[in-house]
Design a protein around this ligand. Structure first.
Ligand SMILES: [Zn+2]
Length: 92
């Protein structure tokens, strides 16, 4: 698995955002079933199943351009809810 965090770091630096962007590794953020997730604050836009190859697009489109990358966004249904369709059913 290629590393997402270093790619984000590299892309942010290339875009001149060093000092304005912090890349933190934070476990799975209760979103384990959505693969590697990225959250952009202060908007709190969530991305799911993010691959290292998506890092440059997130930085260029969202952080620089201010346009969230819609194809990578997690649905509202997936956040802070037990009813997300990707979540395995819990045993009673
Ligand atoms: Zn989901």
């Amino acid at each position: 698995m290629s590393e997402l965090a270093p790619e984000l770091q590299k892309a942010s630096r290339a875009a001149g955002l060093q000092g304005r962007v912090r890349i933190n590794k934070a476990g799975c953020l209760d979103q384990c079933e959505h693969g590697p997730v990225v959250v952009v604050y202060p908007e709190a836009v969530w991305y799911g199943n993010v691959q290292a190859g998506d890092a440059e697009e997130i930085v260029r489109e969202h952080l620089v351009g201010g346009r969230p990358v819609e194809r990578l966004r997690l649905a509202e249904d997936c956040l802070n809810t037990a009813s997300c369709p990707h979540r395995p059913a819990k045993e009673a």
